[in-house]
Design a protein around this ligand. Structure first.
Ligand code: ADP
Ligand code: MG
Length: 482
């Protein structure tokens, strides 16, 4: 038996998402990324004595949005607790967090792995403030501290220990990132640290009910690294156990330069954070109507929409999921719907040439200028056989993306209109048949697949302007008459 088959992995993920509010969780300092160090640091951020924090309502609203999107129960009676510990980037000596009353409880996120849906159970989503940043790589002899980030609102999304593979973790974080972006509550940028993930990993013998000792792996700054780190950690644990060793509870760090994890500290017992309710912040009660208003402002969620696009517009699962990759793309798709019924064509254009064009030009569907009317005309041009899809996407689209002009006008101006005139096409067809006598003989002997070659050749000499349907019909007629 393969050693790996003896064991199963159990994974629980803790994901921190920075909320895209204007200001911090308890004061008016900006949370903008990339400002000069220590420029968004009011006395409240610095934790000066006598200052009073005040809760940011937007942050509370964003946390509830995420909770509702993840099927959580919303806690109505909330308070903030102080989580006491010392760290240089934590000027107050405590982090304000939620302890016994996370704002969202339970819930789940649905993922799809190998074609099967699975609900990843959540334990909680709570609100807390971020710490500052220690920077160790500028000077050899000392470290720097930037407190701009201190006090930035975060939600921490904690799963139950219920994931079974690195692939599930990959899909789960991918889905979380899509959701926070969809809801416009976090930009999901893992390189800038707006979305951060710690992976808790343990192994146990297959069939065993008790959980194994867990290791928490930190510093996973991409979804790919989350997957890799979990894989190498599972492998490492199996080797330790197979060699007769035991796993110790540790916090480890992932080193992406050589795909390995190393221990940063042993965690023999639970830390004692001496939690208590923050006396400077009043508990806050959420009314039903406040929650209800957030619920009704929630947009349709990507998984529901992808199903709707398959059901109502006959799109494939792939097309539907691509359209629902981000909200701007899906919104754009929906804005075209009233103007044409060629749904599959809309999807092809959006997922193909338009998205490519936007990517290549560092733009996005948020900024697209192509109006629904013009888009629908472009689709019609191709459907009517006036221009081929490939000519339309390579020659007409780039013009349309810059100026709102009629697609047919562009086709005329650039001399791109397809020729469906039989006389002209016949000339091209004859030319091709005359040019390839050997292939004609092979075709006559039964190699019917060669028709594609002839069509391609006509396409070439007509510079893409010969209507392929007419070409094929004519070619077949001619060849059969020979
Ligand atoms: P801690 O107090 O060490 O942070 P928690 O019980 O709060 O631990 O859990 C933190 C995360 O670790 C959760 O996502 C949870 O699902 C996960 N977890 C807990 N125990 C295990 C385990 N034995 N194996 C894998 N993950 C675990
Ligand atoms: Mg933890």
């Amino acid at each position: 038996m393969n050693i790996a088959d003896k064991y199963e992995a159990v994974i629980g993920l803790e994901v921190h998402a920075q909320l895209q509010t204007n200001s911090k969780l308890f004061c008016g300092d900006s949370i903008a990324f990339g400002a000069a160090p220590n420029t968004h640091v009011s006395p409240i951020t610095l934790g000066h004595p006598g200052t009073l924090p005040k809760t940011n309502k937007k942050a509370v609203e964003y946390a509830i949005k995420m909770g509702l999107a993840c099927n959580c129960e919303i806690e109505k009676d909330n308070y903030f607790a102080r989580k006491n510990y010392f760290y240089p980037d934590l000027p107050k000596g405590y982090q304000i967090s939620q302890h016994t009353t996370p704002i969202c409880k339970g819930g789940f996120v649905t993922i799809k792995v190998n074609g099967t849906e699975k609900n990843i159970q959540l334990n909680r989503i709570h609100l807390e403030e971020d710490a500052g940043k220690s920077i160790h790589d500028i000077y050899d002899d000392y470290s720097c501290i930037d407190l701009n980030r201190a006090g930035t609102p975060l939600i921490e999304i904690v799963t139950e220990p219920c994931l079974q593979s690195s692939e599930e973790a990959f899909q789960y974080v991918t889905e979380l990132r899509r959701l926070v972006r969809w809801l416009h509550i976090c930009d999901g940028n893992m390189e800038e640290g707006s979305l951060r993930c710690d992976a808790n990993v343990s192994i146990r013998l297959k069939g065993e009910k008790k959980l194994g000792v867990k290791v928490e792996v930190k510093n996973l700054n991409s979804i790919r690294n989350i997957k890799k780190a979990i894989d190498v950690e599972i492998e490492r644990m199996i080797v330790v156990v197979e060699q007769g060793g035991t796993i110790t509870q540790q916090t480890r760090s992932f080193d992406a330069s050589n795909d390995s994890t190393f221990s940063i500290r042993d965690k023999e017992e639970a830390n004692d954070y001496r939690y208590f309710a923050d006396p400077d912040l009043a508990p806050f009660h959420l009314t039903d109507s406040f929650i209800q208003n957030i619920q009704s402002s929630l947009p349709s969620l990507p998984q529901q929409l992808a199903k709707k696009y398959q059901r109502e517009y006959g799109l494939s699962e792939y097309d539907a999921s691509q359209l629902c990759d981000e909200k701007y793309t899906s919104d754009y798709f929906q804005s075209i719907i009233p103007f044409t019924q060629h749904y599959k064509a809309i999807a092809n254009w959006i997922v193909g040439p338009i998205r490519n064009y936007l990517n290549e030009n560092n733009s996005s569907f948020e900024e697209i200028n192509l109006t629904p009317q013009t888009f629908a005309e472009l689709i019609k041009l191709v459907e009517d056989g006036k221009v081929s899809f490939s000519v339309a996407s390579s020659r007409i689209l780039p013009v349309l993306m810059k100026e709102n002009k009629s697609p047919i006008r562009i086709a005329e101006e650039l001399n791109l209109l397809q020729v469906s005139d039989n006389n002209q096409i016949e000339i091209w067809v004859n030319e091709v048949i005359a040019k390839m006598p050997d292939k004609v003989i092979e075709y006559k002997k039964g190699k019917k697949g060669l028709i594609g070659l002839f069509v391609g050749e006509v396409k070439k000499i007509s510079k893409g302007k010969a209507d392929p349907k007419v070409v094929t019909t004519l070619l077949e007629q001619k060849l059969n008459q020979l």
